[in-house]
Structures are given as C-alpha cells and as structure tokens.
Design a protein around this ligand. Structure first.
Ligand code: AMP
Ligand code: MG
Length: 397
C-alpha cells in the first residue's frame, strides 16, 4: 500500500501532455489555454468619455455658470478629431473619444443648451468622467497565461483583443468501462440480484467536466475473456481508460487479472486511502489505465483524486489538484487507522462567516444518493480524530 501523496506523484510522473489545437473563441470555454493572451491594443484605445455631456477644459468652467461655444460633436464610433479651442465645448457621448484640447467631461444634467451655446452649471476637476487611453490595459500586457482554464468570464477579454481563434490543449480521449455481472444498462429494468449502471454515466460527466471527450464502452460483466477483449480494443482509441469494479480480492474481481494477461504495466494497486483502497493505476501501450472500485462513492472520490488530475495534466493545466480550503467541522469524525480519509461534507457559512463542514449522513461507499449533495471532501490524515469545532483541510468537488 502506498500513501495518497505517493500515488499522486506517480500519476504525475506517468502522465504526458497531449498536443494543442485551435478552436473558435465561442467554443473555447472550459478548455485549457495553450498560448498566452496578450493585449494587441491599449484599452481604452483612446481617451474615452464615461458620460453623455460636454467635453470642456476644466479651466474654462472654474467660474460657473460658464457659457461655451459648441464647436462640434463626438459620438461613439465617430469622433471629433479637430483640436478644441479655449472657450469651446464639444458635445460628447458615452464611449466616444475625448477631443484634443479637452480635459474633462461635464455630464449633460449639469448643462443647459441654447442657440449653439452651452451653459456649464457646475465646475469640474480636470480628468473628470474620462478614462485615459491605456488606463484599463496597456498594449502588450499579458492577460492570461498558458495553462489557465478558459472561463465564461474570460471570453470578453479574449474577444476584445482579437482572439477569434484560440490555441488550446487537445481534449484527452477517455473511455469508460464498467464491469460487474450484476450491472445492467440504465434503460433496462434490473432483474433479480441486479442493479443499474450508475458509474459509467457519472464517470463520463466527471471526465467531461475536467475537459475530456468520453466514450462509454460496452459493459463486460465479470467475464475475463470479454473484459480482455474490451480493454484491448478500447486502449488503442483512448488516452485514458477508466475501468470500474472488479479491483478487489473477490473471486470475480478480474480487472487486474485482465490487465496482467494483456501485459499492462501496473504502477500501483493499493492506496492508503478511504474510500478507494484497491485503486489500480497502470499503462497498456500508450494508454493510461485506472481501475477504480465499483462502489459509486469510492469511484467518485478516486476519480476526483487521480483521474481528474491525469486529464488535466494531459492538457498541461496550471492547476491540476482539487481546489483547497479549510472548514470548521459541525460534528465529530475520524479517519481510518491506516488510511487517509476523505469524507464527503456539505458546506455553509454560519452567522459569523465561518465555513462549516457538515459530514453527510450517508450509508457508506455505496451511497451515491447521499453523495449527490456533497460540496467538498474533508481530509483526515490517517489515525486523525476530530471533534465538532475542529478545523480541517477540505478539497472542493
Ligand atoms: P466491485 O468493486 O466490483 O467489488 O463492486 C463494489 C460494489 O459496487 C458492488 O456492490 C457493485 O455492485 C457496485 N458496482 C460496481 N460497478 C457498478 C456500477 N457500474 N454502477 C453501480 N454500482 C456498481
Ligand atoms: Mg464487481
């Protein structure tokens, strides 16, 4: 048995980045950047008015009311590009360039207009209501870096600097295979002694969220020959093959036997982890293989800790671990004696703003209904025991 930290190190060492590709900006959300994003212009690209009103010289409106001649108009997209003289004002709209010679903009509400002249009713300081060229971003500035995940909030910036196409990491190809002779497809009514396949669709969703393209392989049952056939035809087409079930020591746990028969290299097969002790990691040809326990919660937790990381490493993502935090325990909980324990919790803030982690009331590793409500895993080092009010590390799901 190896510690979780060692297992993570092995996954890190064995996972190689894939190539890159170019995608349309609108399709880039959720992808990992494979280029730095650099501003190709100042922003704003000119001194920009923040108000509808009149561009003036602050010096001309020190004493109010001040009457100025309206020399022209600067609209958004159609500026006024002559120099404004002393005693002049230029009508200006929000988003329009401020003419040369003007140094502030008085808002329309503080003016009165008549016969080609404007009366400025309130004086204003220099620079008022103007965003100076380059005040937001300077040309050449790096906004985002290779390895960052493109979010919905980032695309406006990419659009502003002309990234109609974006260089991103290729999506890893993940295939998911469920074993277990008791497992029937979701659209079948389980017969006596059978249950539906809940792992495949869950692992597909988790893999997609990490950036993968996912294929579900046909279920094999606990049939060694079928398992071997499905694995060997699956590996050629996948960067990662995720197998659930059949990794423990039962008579019909055949995943490891199948991998060995096929000549896979096994890097680890037992981790000091609860849930998830029998997790297997190996490689067959060029394909990384994860054998996750069949219990749905164990499957999910081991996915979050290991498979998610491999998918992100293949995309050269900057942040490949789960986001970390800490929280106050609402109830006592303890770790397994020999294994680091990751316990699902819900999170909520109390009145004083402390983040409170409430352990799920669940029935153990098979309780995916309880797990559906989890926000995070609370991390207990092996042997740890905690009482209500203790602070522990959490990882967000
Ligand atoms: P195993 O890891 O094969 O020993 O399976 C452990 C438990 O997980 C058993 O109760 C299985 O019935 C259950 N299980 C295995 N595979 C799946 C699956 N694909 N969907 C739901 N439950 C599963
Ligand atoms: Mg099984």
């Amino acid at each position: 048995m190896i510690p979780v930290s060692k297992a993570i190190q092995i996954v890190t060492n064995e996972t190689k980045p894939l190539g890159t590709e170019t995608v349309k900006l609108a399709r880039s959300i959720g992808r990992v950047l494979a280029e730095d994003i650099v501003a190709d212009t100042d922003l704003p690209p000119f001194n920009r008015s923040q108000m509808d009103g009149f561009a003036v010289r602050a010096g001309d409106v020190k004493n109010v009311p001040a009457i100025l001649k309206i020399a022209g108009e600067s609209a958004a997209g159609r500026g006024w590009h002559r120099a404004m003289k002393k005693g002049d004002a230029v009508r200006i709209m929000t988003g329009a360039p401020v003419p040369k010679g003007a140094d502030s903009v008085q808002k329309v509400e503080d003016t009165e207009e008549a016969d080609g002249r404007v009366t400025i009713l309130e004086s204003i300081p220099k620079g008022k209501n103007i965003v100076q060229r380059g005040a937001e971003i300077k040309k050449g500035a790096r906004l985002f870096s290779t390895g960052e995940l493109i979010t919905d909030r980032m695309v406006a910036s990419l659009a502003s600097f002309g990234y109609s196409n974006v260089r991103v990491a290729q999506r890893p190809k993940v295939s998911v295979l469920s074993t277990g002779s008791e497992i029937v497809p979701v659209d079948k009514k389980p017969g006596r002694d059978q249950i539906r396949n809940s792992n495949s669709v869950m692992l597909k969703a988790l893999s997609e969220r990490a950036g993968a393209n996912v294929k579900l392989l046909p279920q094999t049952g606990d049939d060694l020959a079928k398992l071997k056939r499905t694995i060997s035809s699956g590996v050629g087409k996948a960067d990662i093959l995720v197998i659930t079930g059949g990794v423990s020591v039962g008579k019909y746990d055949l995943t490891k036997a199948a991998l060995r028969d096929l000549g896979a290299e096994i890097f680890f097969e037992r981790v000091r982890l609860r849930p998830g002790k029998p997790t297997v990691f190996g490689r067959l040809n060029e394909t990384l293989i994860f054998g996750l326990p069949g219990n749905p919660v164990s499957s999910a937790v081991t996915f979050y800790l290991f498979v998610r990381m491999a998918i992100l490493l293949m995309q050269s993502a900057r942040d490949v671990g789960l986001p970390k935090g800490s929280a106050v325990l609402a109830a006592p909980a303890r770790a397994a004696k020999e294994r680091d324990t990751y316990y699902p919790v819900t999170l909520a803030s109390d009145r004083s703003g402390r983040l409170i982690a409430t352990p799920l009331r669940w029935q153990g590793s098979s309780d995916f209904v309880g797990f559906a409500n989890a926000d995070a895993l609370i991390v207990f080092p092996k042997g740890d025991s905690a009482t209500a009010g203790d602070v522990r590390q959490i990882v967000y799901l």
